[in-house]
Design a protein around this ligand. Structure first.
Ligand code: 13P
Ligand code: SF4
Length: 351
C-alpha cells in the first residue's frame, strides 16, 4: 500500500520504520520530500502509479498504488478507471498498459528504461519465423515491444509461460525471444527445443521433424544470464541452510540447481510463506531489499554485482517529473496497438 502522510516528517517516520536496516536514514529524509509531492500531484491529477517488484526500495514501498510482477501489473492496468497511469517499470510494461488503455495517458518516468530481451527481436524477425514455420503459433514473452506483440498470436509472462504454450493446439510453437525461458518451458512441458541458425532461419537439428517442438530465439536477459551454477555452489558452501530461488530467465542449469523458480511475485510469496531463515535470490538485486523490508526476520543473500540498468533508471525524482511535466508519454500507432491487444487479451483469458 502507498505511504500516506500530510507532512514530510510523518512520511519520513513511516519510511524509517519500514526500511530500517535496508535504506540509510539520511537518504530517506530527502526521499520523504519527493514522496509527499508525488502523492499530492497523483491526487490532483487522478493518476494511478504501478511499481514493478524491481523498483528501488524507497520507491517500491512508498508511491505505487499497486506493486507486482509483469502479469499482475498488466491486470491492474486493464482494470483501472484512472485517466493517467505512471508506470514505474520498463518500456515494454508501460507499452502493455497503453495497449490495454488507448484512451488513457501512460507515462514512463525515464525514456531510457529498455530491456535487453525486448531489444533482441523485431517484428520482421517474427514474420520471417512465420514464413519458415508456416502454421506454427507465435508466443511472445511480455518483454517485447508492441510491434512484436502485434506480430504474435499470444503473449505470456514468466508467471504463465508453460500454461500458454500448453494451451496451444498443434505440435510446433514459436516462442520468442528469451532463449533460457524457452528452454525452461520446454523442460516443464516435455517439449523438444530447437533454434534457427542466426540470420538464416534454418534449423540445425530437424532430422526428427518438428513434433512437440518449441522453436526458440536467442535473446537473453542481461541480468539473469550472469548467474551460474557455481554461484549457487559457493553460496550453499558458505550457508548450507540457504534456499535458492531463481527467475526462469536464468540458464536452465541454474534453474535446475535452485530450490524454486517462478515469477518475481511467486518468489516473493515463496519467501513470505516459507519457514526457512535464509534465501538466495537469483534475480534483480533491489527485489531482495524489498523482500527484506517486509520480512525483517528473514535473511536475503543477494548477488548485487548484477543490477538491471533499465529498472534502475526509474527514480522518485523522475516519477515526480513524470507527473509534473507529463512525461514520457507512451504512444503506439493504433493499427499496431489493436493487433498487439489481441495477443495480450488472449494471454489474459488463458491465465
Ligand atoms: P516478472 O514478470 O517475473 O516480474 O519478470 C519481469 C522481468 O523483467 C524479469 O527480469
Ligand atoms: Fe529486461 Fe532483464 Fe531488466 Fe528484466 S531484468 S527488464 S528482462 S534486462
Amino acid at each position: 500500500m502507498p505511504i500516506d502522510g500530510d507532512t514530510v516528517e510523518s512520511i519520513y517516520q513511516q519510511m524509517r520504520q519500514k526500511l530500517k536496516g535496508v535504506v540509510p536514514d539520511f537518504e530517506l529524509s530527502h526521499k520523504a520530500e519527493l514522496i509527499l509531492e508525488i502523492n499530492r500531484l497523483k491526487e490532483e491529477r487522478g493518476a494511478l502509479i504501478l511499481g514493478h517488484n524491481y523498483m528501488e526500495p524507497a520507491l517500491f514501498h512508498s508511491v505505487p498504488d499497486y506493486t507486482g510482477d509483469s502479469l499482475e501489473l498488466c491486470r491492474k492496468a486493464a482494470l483501472t478507471d484512472k485517466d493517467t497511469i505512471v508506470f514505474c517499470g520498463v518500456r515494454f510494461m508501460a507499452e502493455t498498459a497503453k495497449i490495454l488503455n488507448p484512451d488513457k495517458t501512460v507515462l514512463l518516468p525515464s525514456p531510457n528504461a529498455g530491456c535487453s530481451l525486448a531489444a533482441s527481436i523485431t517484428a520482421e524477425d517474427v514474420l520471417k519465423l512465420r514464413q519458415q514455420f508456416p502454421g506454427a503459433p507465435v508466443v511472445s514473452y511480455i518483454n517485447t515491444y508492441a510491434e512484436v506483440k502485434a506480430a504474435s498470436d499470444v503473449c505470456c509472462t514468466s508467471g504463465n509461460a508453460a500454461q500458454v504454450v500448453e494451451s496451444l493446439p498443434g505440435e510446433t510453437v514459436i516462442f520468442v525471444p528469451d532463449e533460457y525461458l524457452a528452454k525452461n518451458v520446454a523442460r516443464e512441458t516435455g517439449k523438444r527445443i530447437v533454434f534457427p541458425a542466426h540470420n538464416t532461419f534454418e534449423i540445425n537439428d530437424d532430422e526428427n521433424g518438428l513434433e512437440d517442438t518449441i522453436i526458440g530465439w536467442r535473446g537473453r536477459c542481461e541480468v539473469h544470464e550472469k548467474f551460474s551454477v557455481d554461484d549457487i555452489r559457493r553460496v550453499r558452501e558458505q550457508f548450507p541452510d540457504v534456499i535458492v530461488l531463481a527467475h526462469p530467465e536464468c540458464h536452465p542449469e541454474v534453474v535446475e540447481a535452485a530450490d524454486f523458480t517462478g515469477s518475481t511475485s511467486a518468489m516473493t510469496k515463496y519467501v513470505e510463506t516459507s519457514q526457512a531463515r535464509r534465501y538466495l535470490l537469483l534475480t534483480e538485486c533491489s527485489m531482495g531489499d524489498n523482500i527484506a523490508a517486509d520480512n525483517p526476520e528473514k535473511e536475503m543473500v543477494r548477488l548485487c554485482s548484477v543490477r538491471c540498468p533499465h529498472m534502475n533508471e526509474i527514480t522518485l525524482e523522475d516519477t515526480l517529473d513524470a507527473l509534473r511535466y507529463d512525461r514520457y508519454v507512451i504512444e503506439i500507432p493504433e493499427e499496431i496497438r489493436v493487433r498487439a491487444r489481441r495477443a495480450v487479451d488472449r494471454m489474459l483469458e488463458i491465465g
